[in-house]
Design a protein around this ligand. Sequence first.
Ligand code: HEC
Ligand code: HEC
Ligand code: HEC
Ligand code: HEC
Ligand code: HEC
Ligand code: HEC
Ligand code: HEC
Ligand code: HEC
Length: 485
Amino acid sequence: MRKTRILIFCLVAGLILHGAAVWAQRTTPMEPTEESLSCNECHAEQTTAIYQEWGKSKHHRANVGCYECHRAEEGDPDAFDHMGSLISIIVSPKDCARCHAKEVEEFDESHHAKAGLILGSLDNFLADVVEGDKNFYGGSALTVSGCKQCHGGVVKVNEDGSLEPTGWPNTGMGRLNPDGSIGACTACHQRHAFSAEQARRPENCGKCHLGPDHPQKEIYEESKHGIAYRAHEDELNLGSSKWVLGEDYTAAPTCATCHMSALRASNGELVPVTHDVGLRISWNNRPPMSIRPEVSDAKLGLDKMAQVDWKTRRKNMIQVCTVCHTSTYVDNFYEQYDGVIELYNSKFAEPALGMMKTLYSYGLITDTKFDEQVEWTWWEIWHHEGRVARHGASMMAPDYTHWHGLYEVAKHFYTKLIPELREIAEKHHHSEDAQKAEGAAKLSGALEEMLARPEHSWYTGEISLEEAEARRKAQAEFKARYGQE
Ligand code: HEC
Ligand code: HEC
Ligand code: HEC
Ligand code: HEC
Ligand code: HEC
Ligand code: HEC
Ligand code: HEC
Ligand code: HEC
């Protein structure tokens, strides 16, 4: 009897303690805090727009005031005393994580979080050195206003808590914050509305995903999906609090639909929102040659994602597509897409990469990037035209796949890259430097070997009689059709 009573007592005490712990962890106040009310007193007048936008937000309704986000702890590198409260300007993912731990954890596992780590890469040499000088706080003004506004800068704090212009304003994706955390949730969630609806729109991703090297926004606009979005924007329930594809809307997908948002799969399963944009893609089309995402994730130290193979990620995406399409339609699409990747990889990227490597390893060109014409030629082929072709095929935009894509790749491959490589080989054939002469021979050999492959035979004129005859016939028909005899 006594034992039972002790047991009950322990149980009740345990429950109370547990309740208290949960209460302590509760991060959203029951009513507006005094600190936040004090901020409003000035800021309703001083920064009306901020106050108004916050006032319309879900945060306001949930009593998440200025102080709940901007509060800082003694010793925080960016903390400063502001009208009697210790605050910071930056509200980092670590601060948001007090209430949104799941989103921050997923974001941390994604390429997006690593977007600031490109600072030492080849293209940064482009912005820092080739395009830039050292006249802005000892660095390149271009890097601060260009690359880093998309990729993320380094936020530096002055003595008085104010922030240095090299790193603020900046809402780049992989921003390095004073508290040691990486990322900027404001890359997608503009302040102070912090609205999910705004983040679901394609324009949101379009701040960064556009332009000559990754025109995803333009590609989307050209595709049937972008057309459907424009036509049916009003039917998409973009303001719904849950926004589940298949339940709240079916008319068109936005970028978020395919890459992040929730869906009711055709088997009835509810697939939740993810803040890891890598979970649904099966190729990484950014390098000179496309590779599988688990390979690039491992290189970046995204250990958890390195365990998720491309097939699983493709299945994840197919769950999205099959809310609106049949599985045979989608499977055929993926075969078409893989076909373009394999074509680009094997016909152009692989041989070119091999020959470019020979140029460097045998000293046929200098180690300095971009000081020779051939380096610009190859760079634009893979970094602009080759990427555009691959991105175009991945998101159903035939103009980007072809005219802005593989057409440009082929044109510059045959009319610039090959002649430039030949010229370098000829120049060094009889070089007194044995290493260079050997490199030149190797380069010529590689060129010949590549051009002997059937896919290049049209260029050398060495096509089989059969194929030559078929082509002659086809051309005659083409001319006849357009009256150009
Ligand atoms: C006594 C009035 C007053 C109070 C109280 C007040 N602020 Fe301010 N705050 C200002 C003024 C004025 C500015 C400068 C506005 C400007 O430069 O346009 C400012 C600037 C700021 C900045 C930007 C600092 C910068 O350098 O960019 C932040 C962030 C901020 N306040 C947050 C808060 C928070 C959070 C609270 C409540 C804990 C608060 N403020 C309370 C008047 C006040
Ligand atoms: C949900 C969190 C959140 C709330 C609530 C919030 N802020 Fe902010 N605030 C931010 C973030 C995030 C930034 C941008 C800094 C960054 O990118 O890290 C910011 C930036 C600012 C800035 C500097 C921006 C500029 O344009 O100069 C001021 C000033 C500011 N907030 C004031 C306020 C005031 C006043 C309130 C209350 C009315 C408030 N904030 C409520 C998260 C919040
Ligand atoms: C003190 C807790 C707290 C902090 C800190 C906080 N939030 Fe929130 N956030 C909430 C609550 C509560 C809601 C409302 C949930 C609801 O109504 O469903 C919310 C809702 C949201 C939403 C969804 C809005 C919508 O339209 O549905 C976004 C986006 C968001 N927060 C982003 C952020 C970001 C980014 C930060 C950091 C800059 C942040 N929050 C900091 C508590 C917080
Ligand atoms: C308009 C925004 C924007 C600007 C400006 C920009 N980038 Fe990017 N960058 C992106 C986006 C978006 C991607 C990813 C594209 C994709 O997934 O296809 C990317 C990809 C990259 C990658 C490949 C990353 C990987 O995972 O392989 C590198 C490296 C890079 N950028 C470096 C730079 C440098 C250096 C600069 C400045 C010279 C720069 N970028 C300027 C938006 C930008
Ligand atoms: C690449 C853009 C992007 C970034 C970066 C981003 N979010 Fe989101 N977020 C979204 C989108 C899109 C939604 C709407 C998802 C939906 O409901 O369809 C969303 C929704 C949310 C929600 C509402 C809950 C939900 O699941 O719908 C919260 C909370 C949130 N984000 C917090 C954050 C925090 C915290 C960060 C910083 C670590 C962050 N987000 C960074 C795009 C982003
Ligand atoms: C502030 C700039 C910015 C915005 C806004 C942005 N992105 Fe990105 N995104 C990047 C950069 C930079 C990279 C390349 C990161 C890297 O690999 O280093 C990237 C990479 C990606 C990738 C490749 C992920 C992987 O694992 O390889 C996807 C998919 C993606 N973004 C989707 C989106 C979507 C969808 C949105 C909008 C909801 C969005 N992004 C908004 C900058 C941005
Ligand atoms: C209909 C669904 C769909 C829509 C809408 C969509 N995408 Fe994609 N996206 C895809 C598919 C499919 C791939 C290729 C996935 C793979 O490789 O398996 C892809 C690939 C990507 C990649 C990876 C590129 C790389 O470097 O490997 C990025 C970044 C991206 N999309 C951004 C966007 C942006 C930004 C938008 C909106 C402007 C958008 N997507 C709209 C389906 C979509
Ligand atoms: C919200 C519904 C929706 C989702 C999700 C969706 N699509 Fe579509 N898709 C459409 C609509 C609507 C069309 C236009 C149909 C037509 O041709 O009349 C379309 C057209 C297409 C086309 C034909 C393009 C053309 O130019 O003829 C392909 C291929 C395609 N989708 C593949 C996909 C793939 C792959 C996915 C997943 C990555 C996907 N779709 C996701 C609605 C969707």
